[in-house]
Design a protein around this ligand. Structure first.
Ligand SMILES: [Fe+2]
Length: 246
């Protein structure tokens, strides 16, 4: 089983719950879709936990880039921009190097499927509409790509025989079987800052052999994460939004 994790955003409280879940299961590969840091108050602790897993497949998110690279043009909202600069000042040298060396998508996972942060060809581009998804399907060749960036879990399904494209709201806790003849762009949602008005953390597991995906939603101590953000002096909006899932 592969664990697909995206947009952790330095939220150690949320990541701990995911790792507790993973510890009781046989995880073949940990897959990270970017935005490991930014927004949250515990970037070094989160990166330490991720490094312990020795993951082979990670792509860079736009916040990873903004937090690690000086003179980066930060076209972020004021809270996000402040958080990126705050993070950059506190990251250890080793963690800065880790973020700077992250590859950009598109990245193949042992030829089984592909991963990206935003759109498969642009880590900054949001995949929200069918039109955007349709363009994205043209930019990769396999039949499955996991992506993040929007913090909204779900799947685009392109049925090549029928010529149809639909958005599927994956049901948490239920297996979703990939259909023959269809191609998929699947978003596992965000571990550290869900934005679908459900404050529970979100991630996915993927069973390569049986070609099935499961979305997981779990409660975590979002008040603790919010408290850490306030204590760090980061913008209160970043704390408040966690309990609302926005
Ligand atoms: Fe993000």
């Amino acid at each position: 089983m592969d664990l697909i994790l995206s947009d952790i955003h330095a939220n150690l409280h949320a990541l701990r719950v995911v790792l507790r879940y993973a510890k009781r299961r046989a995880i073949a590969r940990y897959i990270f879709l970017g935005d490991l840091v930014g927004y949250g108050a515990q970037p070094n602790q989160v990166l330490d936990r991720i490094q312990e897993l020795k993951p082979r497949f990670m792509v860079r998110g736009n916040h990873d880039r903004a937090c690690a690279i000086e003179n980066e043009d930060l076209s972020f909202s004021p809270p996000a921009r402040t958080a990126a600069l705050w993070t950059r000042e506190r990251l250890t040298r080793e963690h800065l190097r880790l973020l700077r060396e992250l590859p950009t998508g598109l990245l193949s996972v042992d030829g089984d499927y592909e991963i990206s942060h935003g759109s498969p060809i642009d880590e900054d581009a949001y995949l929200l509409t069918p039109r955007e998804a349709l363009r994205a399907f043209d930019t990769f060749s396999s039949d499955l790509c996991f992506f993040g960036h929007t913090h909204l879990p779900g799947a685009f399904e392109l049925d090549q025989a029928r010529g149809t494209l639909r958005w599927i709201n994956l049901q948490a806790g239920e297996w979703f079987y990939l259909q023959p003849g269809c191609r998929y762009l699947i978003n596992p949602g965000s571990v550290g800052q869900p934005r679908d008005r459900d404050p529970r953390l979100s991630f996915a597991s993927y069973d390569v052999a049986r070609r099935r995906v499961k979305l997981h939603r779990m409660p975590y101590d979002c008040n603790g994460a919010a408290k850490a953000i306030r204590a760090a002096g980061l913008h209160s909006h970043l704390a408040d939004r966690l309990s609302h899932g926005i």
